[in-house]
Design a protein around this ligand. Structure first.
Ligand SMILES: [Zn+2]
Length: 103
């Protein structure tokens, strides 16, 4: 079996929601996972609003990365993309992108 195969195909709503809530709980931060029909995904404290167009619109790894992007905003409490944001985003990608328990 192709070891990368788990990264192909689309994520389901349930898979992404479970992934996002796991990461939020694992980090011990306040936050909720919500869906939005709007785009792009956005963090509006204390929630991440993930765009529904992710479902069926990209690979699973891309969807997971976008969820981690918004959780990085949640962790620092603001929406900017400075050094602090990318330091945390990098940490979260290293720590959680490989998890294929659900995806
Ligand atoms: Zn952002």
């Amino acid at each position: 079996m192709n070891p990368l195969a788990h990264n192909m195909g689309n994520a389901t709503k349930e898979e992404l929601e479970t992934f996002g809530n796991f990461v939020i709980n694992d980090l011990g931060i306040e936050g909720g996972f919500l869906w939005t029909p709007a785009s792009p995904s956005i963090m509006i404290f204390p929630n991440i609003l993930i765009r529904e167009s992710l479902i069926g619109g990209c690979y699973k790894w891309e969807a997971k990365e976008e969820v981690l992007h918004e959780i990085s905003h949640l962790k620092i409490g603001e929406g900017g993309h400075g050094k602090e944001f990318y330091a945390i985003f990098g940490e979260l990608v290293s720590k959680y992108m490989h998890l294929d328990k659900w995806l």
